[in-house]
Design a protein around this ligand. Structure first.
Ligand code: TZP
Ligand code: MG
Length: 230
């Protein structure tokens, strides 16, 4: 087991969601194709109530990702993270509080937090988050965001300003697809600090694709060219 914190490439962060697979498409096949297309980080976010089943899915997911040297994070479930030895977890605002998660997992686990405002982001930084997921940016079918404020790229930029100089990286999430990606990356550059996104987190554009390799390649190309230009 590694004794130091892994360095994470947040460029193309795949969040899983098996219910969005096209009919007949196998979850593991889709995952592997997306890794071939350039996914750099994977979060297992499955709506499984059976813990044994969740552990099986997470373990197999990690076995596949290990072959591509891509780290795996587990949504919310500290027990599943510990069971499979993943790189860390991702928590929402009403999941296990970050200070407790850090205490339980130790300094070397990656802990990411969902944030939707500059205040959320500042709190996450103060409490030791490794990265934040900023969203929802736009409407999406993969999560009920009906009671959430949709941030738009300008709202993402305000959160990025709050992170400037902290060393905490950020991805955006929610309704991101090829036609709006370029706009998101440029329009979200923080107005006061020029801080920018480290990457994007995606469910449906990749998981919902019949050809996840191509979907991932397309997104990755845009992110890479944006990051090269900064
Ligand atoms: N958190 C905010 S929006 C969202 C999550 C998990 C879903 C994003 O999925 P998609 O399909 O990429 O819009
Ligand atoms: Mg959660």
């Amino acid at each position: 087991m590694s004794s130091s914190k892994p360095k994470i490439d947040y460029s193309l962060y795949l969040v899983t969601g098996r219910e969005l697979l096209p009919p007949g498409k196998d979850y593991y096949e889709s995952l592997e194709e997306s890794l071939q297309g350039g996914v750099t980080l994977v979060q297992v976010r499955e709506k499984l109530t059976d813990t044994g089943e969740f552990i099986d899915v997470a373990r197999r997911t990690k076995e596949i990702c290990d072959r591509y040297k891509v780290p795996v994070l587990i949504n919310d479930r500290i027990d599943v993270h510990l069971a499979i030895g993943s790189a860390g977890i991702h928590i929402g605002q009403s999941d296990c509080p970050l200070p407790l998660a850090r205490q339980l997992l130790g300094p070397n686990a990656i802990i990411g937090v969902s944030v939707s405002s500059p205040a959320d982001a500042k709190r996450a930084v103060a409490q030791g988050a490794d990265y934040v997921g900023i969203g929802p940016v736009w409407p999406t079918g993969s999560k009920d965001v009906s009671k959430k404020v949709l941030l738009s790229p300008e709202g993402v930029g305000a959160v990025l300003d709050a992170l400037a100089g902290t060393g905490v990286e950020a991805v955006a999430i929610g309704g991101i697809h090829p036609p709006n990606l370029q706009y998101l990356l440029h329009a979200s550059i923080a107005p006061n600090s020029r801080n920018h996104l480290a990457g994007i987190a995606i469910i449906s554009d990749i998981v919902g694709s019949r050809i996840p390799k191509e979907a991932s390649e397309g997104l990755r190309k845009v992110v890479d060219s944006f990051k090269r230009s900064r």
